[in-house]
Design a binder for this molecule. Structure first.
Ligand code: HSE
Length: 342
């Protein structure tokens, strides 16, 4: 059945009696990449892993990493061409070259790269629509929370007026630890150890990660891109650990909140630290949880809440996209075969 939750009825695709294995290339073997590798290998018969892009082939790796598949040249991943590339390297360098070359050759892409999608509006729009070759990015917003899929369903249902959310698990975790008395470096180190933080945690604590996610949500919800540079951003550097603790003593909770609102044909967005009452819906997320509230003009609100960061929540979103693309590819092959025999 489909991976979209909501009011869309599931339907079964016609698949060939012996479906060919989907050829998958994986770019990145960090926190998420290793989770994806393990889950892909668990799928055995359905998928064939054709290559894994890493920055350093000679580095010591876990025993379950197939060394014969490692390459440090992204071009190797596309030759011979796989059916699908999974990009979990992040950044706008190699990832951009790989995704552009793959799409140019008609190869489907699954990515978790919010920065790239937010900075390249054409890619952001491609991820928000359903064109061939598919570009899916469920893991780029919300970790294990299917935020972009729900946003697409919600926007199709009725015009959206505004959204508010806690979109960065690391900041949520760090603020919670500061309030409990941890030092800032200790809180960041713990977030890194738990696999919540970006390779460069400055992206998290500066608010930029939330800016990219907010930008992508706006593209999906409002149909109009909100470039990262147009989003006002004031991250955790605007509060000291003492202020976080003082807020706690006054019965408040500090959260890094991302918000955007439609004003006529324009959309305004902001990421900032806010002091909230403990029973505020935005304050409920614990640990690295994310939450998102999407408001329609008629007053209705949709709420999403779940694990916003970490290896396996994010892997779960990547794999959901992979399996959906597999169904599409197999469905297309079955239709093609039926046309030939019919
Ligand atoms: N570093 C990100 C976060 C990972 O903490 O939310 C998930 O996008």
């Amino acid at each position: 059945s489909g991976t979209l939750a909501g009011s869309v009825a599931s339907r079964f695709e016609a698949v060939p009696p012996e479906p060919p294995r989907l050829k998958v290339a994986l770019a990145g073997l960090g926190t998420v990449g290793l989770g994806v590798l393990r889950w892909l290998r668990g799928l055995g018969q359905d998928l064939e892993l054709t290559g894994i892009l890493v920055s350093d082939r000679d580095r010591t790796r876990q025993d379950d990493v197939p060394r014969e598949l490692l390459t440090d040249n992204w071009r190797d991943l596309l030759s011979p061409p796989p059916d699908l590339v999974i990009e979990v390297i992040g950044g706008t360098g190699v990832a951009a070259e790989l995704i552009s070359a793959a799409r140019g050759r008609g190869i489907a892409v699954v990515t978790a790269n919010k920065e790239l999608l937010a900075r390249k509006p054409a890619l952001g729009r491609a991820a928000a629509t359903r064109h061939w070759p598919p570009l899916r990015a469920a893991a780029s917003v919300g970790g294990g929370v299917p935020a972009l899929e729900h946003a697409a369903l919600i926007a199709a249902d009725n015009p959206v007026q505004s959204l508010t959310g806690v979109l960065n698990g690391t900041c949520n975790f760090v603020l919670e630890r500061l309030q409990a008395g941890d030092t800032y470096p200790a809180a960041i180190t713990a977030a890194q150890r738990l696999g919540f933080a970006e390779a460069d945690p400055h992206l998290d604590v500066s608010g930029l990660d939330s800016v990219y996610k907010l930008s992508l949500l706006c593209t999906t919800l409002f149909g109009t891109g909100l470039p990262p540079a147009a989003i006002e951003c004031r991250g955790l550097e605007t509060v000291t650990p003492e202020q976080v603790q003082a807020a706690g003593r006054q019965g408040q909770v500090l959260k890094l909140v991302a918000a955007a609102e439609r004003h006529g044909s324009r959309v305004r967005g902001r990421v900032s630290v806010q002091a909230l009452a403990p029973d505020d819906p935005l304050a409920r997320g614990r640990n690295a949880e994310n939450c998102l509230f999407i408001h329609h003009a008629d007053g209705r609100t949709h709420a999403l809440h779940g694990k916003g960061a970490g290896r396996y929540p994010t892997t779960c979103s990547v794999l959901a996209d992979v399996m959906e693309i597999r169904r599409e590819i197999l469905g297309g092959q079955a239709e093609g075969a039926a046309r030939k025999t019919g």
